[in-house]
Design a protein around this ligand. Sequence first.
Ligand code: HEC
Length: 258
Amino acid sequence: MNTILKVFFIISILITFTARSQTPSPQMQYNDACAHCHTPGLGGAPRLGSAKDWSARIRPGLNLLYQSALYGVPNTTMSAKGGYKELSDINVRAIVDFILSASQITPLQLAAAVRYDTLGIKDREFIYLDANFDGVLNKQELGRDSMLTDKLSRFDQNFDGVISFKEYQTLTIELEGDRTNANVTDLTISNEIHLILQSMPLLKGQAIKIDVQAGRVIITGMVNTAQDILSVQRALRWVSGIKQIDNRLVSGALLAWD
Ligand code: HEC
């Protein structure tokens, strides 16, 4: 080998070596750890490049989105770090940022998402109720949860006509206390739950099993979407006597693997 060739050879080895020792880009890590679900949208996974899918997901704030990526989403195939535990927390956040930039989230949507982060609001139920993103609940927004509707005047401690996040926390802690301390038999709880579930059109034809023991409710069965799992959880939120809900429902979308 002549000298020039030798030099080229050494340089090419060096280039290969440095390229290998560099940390992979968020996009490469996405390809390895997330793409098999998020590119086709497997099992209801929000799809890469879909502004529609991701704008709905960032609504509760970026912090909660990172949290889902880091710790998983209960009752779905989204496990902590997508199952790739070896990824560092920083890597996972960078992958989420890559996904968002690839999905053309508008600056306006990003600003709305960051707002909850700035306000320090991480409660998904509060965010769900706050339809106009303004960080407080007015009478109309409280109306989405019939139990909270009548409570506005009682819990609006500063009489400004809306429930702030702080007031909401006081309110829900008190209502949860009332619910847990109520002296109700398991049979009554079970009957009440069945009545509520029967009245939910989205559960028509779904076999759902309820087991109540000392106020602890275990729900098993299958519903159509991950959203339905949340709807069931919401519907049962204020059933008197319930001490804890163990929601083991799975969504049928999980089985759509083909
Ligand atoms: C086995 C399939 C699978 C893999 C692998 C996977 N995900 Fe997911 N992911 C899902 C599903 C399904 C959902 C929707 C869950 C739901 O219904 O809320 C989801 C939701 C998410 C969400 C939105 C959560 C929210 O709060 O709305 C983020 C962020 C996310 N995944 C990030 C990742 C990242 C980052 C990776 C790779 C490190 C990854 N996922 C790997 C299946 C997967």
